[in-house]
Design a protein around this ligand. Sequence first.
Ligand code: 2NL
Length: 348
Amino acid sequence: MSILQQLEELRAKALKDLASIDDVKELEFWRVRYLGKKSQLTKVLHSLAKLPIAERKAVGASANEVKANLGNSLKPKEQALREAELKASTRKEGIDISLPGRPLPVGHFHPITQVLYEIDDIFVSMGFEVVEGPEVEWDYYNFEALNIPKEHPARDTMATLWIDYKTENGDRPMLLRTHTSPMQIRVMEKVRPPLRIVVPGKVYRYEATDATHIPMFHQLEGLAVDKGITMADLKGTLYEFARRFFGQDRRVRFRCDYFPFVEPGVEMAIECAVCKGEGCRLCGSSGWIEILGAGMVHPRVLERVNIDPEVYSGFAFGMGIERIPMLRYGINDIRLFYSSDLRFLRQF
Ligand code: 2NL
């Protein structure tokens, strides 16, 4: 039998064997047998040099063609066998790989956190830095340093939750902060002006719970101290905040107010969105909605942190956060924020 005939026979046998193979391991044996280093085909290819020129061409072409033919037949067979094997094993484990995956429930930030971040961003864009501080504070930072000495009537307006801790002389100096101002004092102690910060966070009051009161709520306070800071800086900054947060055409109103840590003190109101200043139920028929208190930092507050009020001045402001989404979305009960009712929270 000529080498060419032998090659044809080899091809026929190899393809017949391949057709009857039904697992991947056997397929590997087949590959070694027909295409491996010690296979007949490889031997023929290696011995080409010994053949007379005329025969070499024909045998070489034929051997290479058989090799390519067997190689090409192997690939689809291997893929088919691997798929069949995977199917069989997943069937055994009871897995249906064609089923879509279980969706992961995706959550989002609490509406109060969303509003805090939104306000942070506006002040950050104006050069303020965001800092947070401790919720358990000393009387000194919460009251004393803010120009509210013991027996000052302002202490009565901030129904304080005191921590059950007494010093040797019977003082009770530890409390849950009633505003976020104590952190601003801490920053002024450490950082020399110019400084611009906002302090968002939780604050606490000893109060009975109802639709407008809860013992824990959120505030955001701001502070800017530098040479030559004036009431114009305060108004410009807070106007810009109101336009960015509530809308470009919102009118803003400043009126006098009193806070012991500023002089002069003001309150800022925005035009009521519902009645555009006409007066309605939302704004209590005044046409205005008060949203924050502010003022020029009291010189005694600056003195206490060793900032010379003859050289430096500053403005500060503070706002309650819960009120803002309540006005924005018409929420009539503050307790909804903290009742963990997903039907409420999912709306934001
Ligand atoms: C309000 C009013 C205000 C401040 C907070 C402040 C802080 C320092 C010095 C001076 Cl360290 N002032 N904060 C000033 C005016 C008003 O808050 O109604 N908040 C809910």
